[in-house]
Design a protein. Structure first.
Length: 462
């Protein structure tokens, strides 16, 4: 279904196109001149314009220029006579998608409109598809040999066979929830359709709503044109909502409607939009506790929790630590054009003893830095920086200071604090909310200390 504007001074042609295309579900607006059509297009942007070349007043070529100047993404098909083929070619160079010759065949009109609609949808999705394709390269496998990770792999295969089932993925920050969501998508019948994601903790409520559902022109200050939401772009594919526990309660009700009816409205819009996509959500929070606290809707929780898995933290799958470290060594050897043979026994021992509060993401970051700075044939301790490394961590909890040996010359508490903050931010990919959670301080306290130690921007949410 597409929103179409027809611009033709022949009422018979306008009526014929209206009768032909409306039954297919397309929404048509018809105009006899370019001036009226342009006013309508600027107020309510269509997906496609069928534009006659010869019009009273402003001609089709000038109308095309103004449409493309307003929004280059609007698809324009020129309607022309045999005598104006050269002008139609000029229109193609100015951005027209195609042209149709008069007298036209009705089947040709339908075919051309459908092809243009499909092409526009592909163009809108291509940026997301390119991004996710790059992210898949080298990271599209769940690595590990432990029983717990084998159970996760079994879950992925079972859920992938049911392309409509909603999935909830639980686990601490950095355990690989997004990777599992991608694996489900690419092993399902939706694999050739878009995988689109959003982090609910990265946006304020109003911005998140606009990203999810899109908005109409004039819906709010700065909404200069219609924008499709990510849910609409995920049609027939998979939509991944990371950190769903951080979504505002008011927005949760609208998401529930999408799950139950597969329908929604853009911000500022009245038109119902139907979407078919699998919803996968993830959280590092205790959703049941949020339900009890009334900060997460119980009905939405049950709707999301049809199929659920909990990813084990890395400290509970120690058999996988060296397997993952070797995997990342191979990846970063290739990325940095190096040929480091292996990890030294000393470093392997340190990796196994480490608690990994940032989980697999932290290990990946550690190995990336190690490969980048290592100059020898083996990863040595000089190239490895671990959370709490300044205190020479061994087995035992971080709070148990008797388990740590202080350097002979002592150590600055300020330096330790700075290092902990740096590593917490690294382990969470710079997400201040999650880093503060790891450090068991408020986000405002973290921002203050980041400013104190001059560690990046103190105003970023990520």
């Amino acid at each position: 279904m597409a929103s179409i504007v027809v611009v033709d001074d022949d009422k018979g042609i306008r009526d014929a196109l209206l009768e032909l295309l409306s039954p297919a579900g397309h929404e048509l607006r018809c105009f006899g001149n370019a001036e009226d059509a342009l006013r309508s297009i600027r107020l309510d942007e269509p997906d496609l314009v069928l534009l006659d070349f010869k019009l009273p007043g402003m001609d089709g070529l000038e109308c095309l220029r103004l449409i493309k100047k307003h929004n280059d993404e609007i698809v324009v098909i020129i309607i022309t006579s045999y005598a104006d083929i050269s002008s139609a070619v000029t229109a193609m160079k100015l951005g027209a998608w195609d042209y149709i010759k008069k007298p036209f065949n009705l089947d040709e009109i339908v075919l051309t409109v459908n092809k243009a609609r499909d092409n526009k949808q592909k163009d809108e999705q291509i940026a997301y598809l390119q991004k996710e394709k790059e992210q898949r390269l080298g990271f599209n496998e769940i690595i590990g040999k432990s029983p717990k990770i084998k159970n996760v792999l079994k879950f992925i295969q079972q859920v992938a066979d049911s392309p409509r089932t909603t999935v909830l993925i639980r686990g601490e920050t950095g355990t690989g929830k997004e990777l599992v969501a991608r694996a489900i998508h690419y092993n399902s019948q939706r694999a050739d359709k878009p995988f689109i994601e959003i982090n609910c903790s990265a946006f304020q409520e109003t911005l998140l709503e606009a990203e999810l559902f899109g908005y109409e022109q004039g819906a709010f200050t700065g909404a200069t044109h219609r924008k499709k939401g990510l849910l609409e772009l995920a049609h027939q594919g998979t939509f991944f909502l990371d950190e769903i526990g951080d979504m505002d309660v008011g927005l949760q009700a609208k998401l529930l409607r999408v799950l139950e009816e597969q329908k929604f409205r853009r911000v500022g819009g009245t038109k119902e939009i139907t979407v078919d996509c699998r919803i996968i959500s993830a959280t590092s929070r205790d959703i049941e506790k949020l339900v009890v606290q009334k900060s997460f809707r119980e009905d939405l929780f049950y709707r999301l929790n049809v199929a659920s898995t909990t990813l084990p933290p890395l400290r509970e799958r120690r058999d996988d630590v060296l397997v993952l470290a070797g995997h990342f060594l191979t990846i970063f050897n290739h990325e940095f054009k190096k040929n480091i043979r292996d990890i030294s026994p000393e470093v392997k021992q340190n990796l196994l003893l480490h608690k990994w509060p940032g989980n697999v993401r932290e290990l990946k970051n550690v190995m990336e830095r190690a490969v980048l700075f290592e100059r020898g044939d083996y990863i040595t301790a000089d190239s490895v920086s671990l959370f709490g490394n300044a205190l020479k961590q061994e087995s035992g909890s971080f709070s148990d200071l008797s388990m740590y040996e202080f350097p002979p010359n002592g150590i600055s508490l300020t330096d330790v604090e700075k290092r902990l903050i740096e590593n917490a931010l690294s382990a969470t990919n710079g997400n201040q909310t999650h880093a503060a959670r790891l450090l068991k301080i408020s986000r405002e306290t973290l921002k203050y200390r980041m400013k104190k130690f001059e560690l990046g921007s103190s105003s970023s949410n990520n």
